[in-house]
Design a protein around this ligand. Structure first.
Ligand code: DGY
Length: 319
């Protein structure tokens, strides 16, 4: 009898065919209030699950005794309780590597657009408000030659720093759980304390996984240590930041601006104070969202799932 797989994200047809060739597949393009019960019901008899963008509770998994592997189409695994996976011996696979460059491109878009006020000024043009030569009130600040402080210098952080160093002649400071000799050698990056990084950087870029240790680790104290001219960039996870403290820091000009791809609550609620601030560039969590990269992530996630259910070595286990 075929093993059963639950798909909870729309996958390209050729990948669905690969899954159907080997497994009994129940698919949901997305899970919402309308089909949450059907999803939970399907999971009860599943051996594998694959999808993304859904918080998966232990209760759901507890009701699925045959489950062997969850394969997420993301590098982040904060939607699962890792301790539960460890205790139960469940495999958890993810998609690192293939999204580094696309995510670094998004982060650079945030750096450039928040420094040069690209979104705000493009909206002015579209609104027919470009009446004459742009004056000081609309000037931005330089990116090239400035100091970039990376909090987190893993795969994506290094890809951001590479762009900054080679493309924009920026000085790179970083803080990380451990030194990154490659970044120091190739990018002339300097390991500094978090406090020194905050005090010296023109752009502070957060690139950490969300864990119990990093949740809300960045708040009023950290914004207070930044230069008043500094720009804060976050495309990792919104819950690493105390968002209310960020709003206050932007409102009272403790920091100059922010470029954000992630938020405490996503989608960002329409009444979020962040939306009324002209010194905020806000994107809808598009870090890896290009056709090529999302395809590569989906392919990797399917490879992971198939390997796990065949009892073979899973290419990318998260734990
Ligand atoms: C990831 O891969 O973790 C991206 O942030 C999408 O959730």
């Amino acid at each position: 009898m075929k093993q059963r797989v639950v798909v909870y994200k729309k996958l390209p047809e050729h990948l669905m065919e690969r899954l159907r060739a080997e497994f009994d597949v129940t698919a949901f393009d997305r899970v919402d209030a309308g089909n949450r019960d059907a999803f939970a019901e399907a999971l009860k008899s599943a051996h594998g699950m694959i999808g993304a963008s859904l918080q998966i509770s232990n209760d759901l998994l507890e009701a699925a005794p045959d489950l062997r592997i969850a394969s997420t189409v993301s590098v982040g695994v904060d939607q699962f309780d890792l301790n539960y996976f460890r205790q139960r011996g469940l495999q958890l696979a993810h998609t690192p590597g293939v999204l580094n460059e696309a995510t670094a491109d998004t982060i650079f878009a945030l750096i450039l657009s928040s420094a040069r006020r690209v979104v705000e000024l493009a909206e002015l043009v579209k609104a027919g408000q470009w009446k004459g030569s742009i004056g000081e009130a609309q000037f931005g600040v330089n990116v090239h030659g400035k100091t970039l402080g990376m909090i987190g210098m893993g795969r994506i952080g290094s890809a951001v720093a590479r762009r900054a160093h080679h493309g924009f002649g920026m000085k790179i400071l970083y803080n990380n759980t451990r030194p990154n000799p490659e970044a120091e050698r190739e990018l002339d990056a300097t390991f500094v304390s978090k406090e020194d990084l905050l005090a010296q950087s023109d752009f502070v870029c957060l690139m950490l996984p969300l864990t119990a240790q990093t949740e809300r680790m960045f708040g009023a104290r950290e914004f207070g240590l930044m230069k008043r001219s500094a720009i804060f960039i976050n495309a990792s996870r919104g819950r690493i930041v105390d968002e209310a403290a960020l709003v206050r820091a932007l409102q009272d000009k403790t920091i100059h601006a922010a470029g954000l791809d992630v938020f405490e609550v996503e989608p960002l609620p329409a009444d979020s104070p962040l939306l009324s601030l002209s010194n905020v560039v806000a994107l809808p969590h598009i870090g890896s969202a290009t056709h090529e990269t999302r395809l590569a992530m989906a392919e990797l996630a399917v490879d992971n799932l198939i390997a796990g259910l065949r009892g073979e070595t899973v290419p990318h286990l998260a734990l």
